[in-house]
Design a protein around this ligand. Structure first.
Ligand code: BGC
Length: 747
């Protein structure tokens, strides 16, 4: 039954593609007609650069260079369609070096019968991080903390420009998985826990990377990662099972992908894990019924790293690699990130020749891949003449700094400890985060795990260096104190701190991603806690600066400190940004894109259900985070008043305007994120206590006031019901801005 259904479906898809191809790109249909089975299977294969470079796969000769014999095997014998760079032997190389690599690959393709260009993909995760001198931006979680999609978009434009400048047209970014499980090692790669905020950032990322979706030598293809539900492993450990109802999946984890598809995202990478027991790489319902038929995605679906083989080795749903290839391709995969051997290609050829995988199924994938290459201008080798004078420029660094400045979130500021205005005061700086560019950048920085210091961008300031630059070295004393998890010398810190007026402790987490980043609890390592506790005995004002991969529990030390500057992973300009906030050159305006847990087993989200409000003493304080979602202080004071709704009843095709007056009552100009929330009072699915409805980031001069208006439609108040449909049910809703609430009725 299923097989018949599949065959019919593929026949339909192929007809559509042919029509599409005939209308727009007649050459692609013709090209497919000329391709052999071997050429088609090769086209659907992506290998790591290690397979065509000098040296061993995990021990490449640096800087990477092409090995002609290996290249010939890949291109002329196997007709490989795509390469990526991130294998265990990868490193960061110059633009010139990248260009040499691509020139060698392209010239080999010229020796083939059909001369199909290869497509190279890379993880330019927070900037084009595998090219020396590229501009590195704050990681996604920090971008989300700006609540400023326009600014974030500019960062993606720079990343696209600098990737193209290195000859790379395809970026495995952004991560659209929602960050609702802080134990997960890739939390920092997400736009946080909220669907609406993540959706706005998704639009910024896709449009920044892809431009208007027409060919441009300054834009690249985006890759939505990792379809679907990847960020919510039950145990918190990367690539472990996900147990989620379809309703929950549609409510929380699908919308960002839906948004990206509407935005024209050209490619998608698949979740390596299993959902409710079925590995996503073998799930026809997710990869075809949902992704293609329902969401209408027309682009390329790429596996994640070795994930077809993992159907055998990790998931045990296929007995052999051949069966695994069959399952994944029939489920809807277009391209296999194989990436370290040719078995996938050989097995796919066998399956096609045996007639087990119909040619129509193969042709639809090949057509999508060729269309992608065509749209990126690869057939014409279009962008080789383009110049990229802004690569790694001061102008691009300024954009990174702007994002870093706006992400920094002030979580505590007792007695106006910050900003540090008194030019006569001395400060003592310590902690593992003070003197490291790597801890500011996190993983995917020049290497996969981001811990190698050899490739660090030249002339970037650590937090300590940036503090010294502003305050003058003679006002600043420094000692390390502890590494991430070992005490180095706390006595040294105590001795130096005694002579200082204020103490700045830079806490940090070792950069890591994927399985190497799995942790067993969220507590801050004891050594760093001990450092704070010891210094607190001096009774001097303490300022914490935090650069973490995810919220680490600060419960034991929050009461001991006067100010907390939460900087996420702010990138190469992060040191500067932190120092400028500390000294008041920047007025902080970041807001938390997640609920900061008070304790390790208290992982509730702000958009919790009413049942989660109940506390051990039966009070309604069950949700008591260390810091609330959307929270972040400023050096200015903003006063909210006069919330007004344009009417009390909302009908179909109608909207309500909600306005509020925000006034900067301080003497310092500042930015504020005006946030409106709603509560559906009674619904057929237990509603959230509150949900973000809209937001706007505004600039207010000292004493200035503005009236902010939000336009609310019925669909903005919707949810996924039991029948898996998006609905807004009639009834009462509360709209909330700061301390004011207005009740409306929805028909
Ligand atoms: C990661 C992806 C990444 C890919 C290629 C995988 O292990 O999960 O996010 O894009 O490797 O480097």
């Amino acid at each position: 039954m299923n097989r018949i259904k599949n065959t019919l479906f593929f026949a339909l898809i192929f007809c559509n593609l042919t029509v599409f191809a005939q209308k727009k790109q007649i050459d692609i249909a013709a090209l497919i007609g000329k391709m052999s089975i071997e050429e088609k299977a090769g086209e659907m294969t992506q290998l790591d650069l290690g397979l065509i470079a000098n040296g061993d796969v995990c021990n490449l000769t640096q800087p990477q260079s092409i090995n002609q014999a290996k290249l010939k095997k890949a291109i002329s014998q196997y007709h490989i369609g795509s390469f990526l760079n991130v294998g265990c032997g990868s490193g960061t190389i110059s633009r010139e070096n990248w260009q040499k690599i691509f020139a060698a690959i392209q010239s080999e393709t010229k020796n083939t019968k059909l001369q199909i260009p290869i497509i190279f993909g890379i993880d330019a995760i927070h900037g084009n991080n595998y090219t020396i001198g590229a501009t590195l931006f704050p990681q996604q979680i920090a971008q989300a903390a700006t609540w400023n999609p326009d600014l974030v978009k500019q960062g993606y434009e720079v990343t696209a420009y600098e990737a193209r400048a290195s000859g790379i047209p395809w970026n495995f970014s952004p991560v659209l998985d929602l960050g609702r499980q802080p134990l997960w090692s890739r939390f920092f790669e997400t736009f946080g826990e909220d669907v609406l905020l993540a959706n706005k950032m998704t639009v910024a990322a896709i449009s920044g990377l892809q431009g208007d979706n027409q060919y441009s030598p300054y834009h690249v293809a985006a890759c939505m990662k990792h379809f679907l539900g990847y960020s919510m492993p039950l145990s918190g450990k990367d690539r472990t099972p996900i147990w989620l109802s379809e309703r929950e999946m549609r409510e929380y984890y699908l919308p960002t992908f839906q948004t990206a598809i509407q935005q024209g995202a050209k490619t998608v990478m698949i979740n390596s894990a299993d959902i409710n027991g079925t590995p996503v790489h073998a799930n026809y319902d997710i990869l075809t019924t949902l992704l293609r038929n329902e969401l209408g995605f027309k682009g390329v679906a790429l596996t994640d790293w070795e994930d077809i083989y993992k159907l055998v080795d990790m998931h045990h749903v296929a007995a052999t690699k051949k069966e695994a290839v069959y399952m994944a391709i029939m489920a809807g995969i277009d391209m296999s990130m194989t990436p370290n051997d040719y078995q996938f290609t050989d097995l796919l050829i066998e399956l096609i020749k045996e007639g087990r995988i119909p040619m129509s199924r193969i042709d639809s994938s090949v057509s999508r891949i060729l269309t992608l290459k065509y749209e990126l201008g690869l057939f014409e080798n279009k962008d080789t003449q383009t110049k990229y004078p802004l690569f790694g420029s001061a102008e691009h660094a300024a954009k990174s700094l702007a994002v870093a400045n706006e992400c920094i979130t002030l979580l505590k500021n007792n007695k106006q400890t910050l900003p540090l205005k008194n030019k006569k005061e001395s400060v003592f700086v310590c902690g593992p985060g003070a003197y490291s560019l790597n801890y500011l950048n996190g993983a995917w920085t020049h290497t996969w795990q981001g811990v190698d210091t050899n490739f660090n961008t030249k002339n970037k300031l650590t937090t300590l260096a940036a503090i010294q630059k502003i305050a003058g070295a003679n006002r600043v004393a420094y000692a390390l104190g502890t590494s991430i998890d070992q005490i180095i010398n706390i006595d040294d810190c105590l001795a130096k701190a005694k002579n200082a007026d204020k103490i700045i402790i830079c806490l940090a987490e070792t950069p890591s991603t994927e399985i190497p980043g799995n942790i067993d609890n969220l507590y801050l390592p004891k050594a760093q806690e001990d450092l704070v506790i010891a210094l607190s005995k001096l009774n001097k004002p303490i300022i914490l600066v935090c650069t973490f991969n995810r919220p680490r529990i600060l419960k034991n030390i929050i009461p001991l400190v006067d100010a907390i500057v939460y900087a996420y992973l702010p990138g190469d300009e992060g040191g500067k940004a932190i120092a400028s906030v500390l000294f008041g050159e920047t007025n902080p305006s970041g807001k938390l894109p997640f609920s900061y847990p008070a304790d390790a087993n208290s992982l509730l989200h702000y958009d919790r259900k009413y049942a989660e409000n109940i506390n051990v003493d039966f009070s309604n304080k069950g949700y008591s985070p260390a810091f609330d979602f959307g929270f972040g202080m400023s050096y200015s004071n903003f006063n909210y008043s006069g919330m007004v709704v344009s009417k009390n009843t909302l009908n179909d095709n109608d909207s309500i305007q909600v306005s509020v007056v925000v006034k900067n009552t301080s003497e310092m100009k500042g930015k504020e994120v005006v946030q409106i929330y709603y509560a559906d009072l009674v619904a057929s699915i237990s509603p959230s206590v509150k949900k973000l409805l809209a937001f706007k980031k505004i600039d207010l001069a000292a004493g200035e006031q503005q009236t902010i208006t939000f336009q609310i439609h019925k669909n903005d108040l919707s949810f996924i019901n039991k029948q898996l449909k998006r609905v807004t049910e009639a009834g009462e809703f509360d709209l909330m801005i700061q301390n004011e609430t207005k009740r409306i009725y929805v028909n």
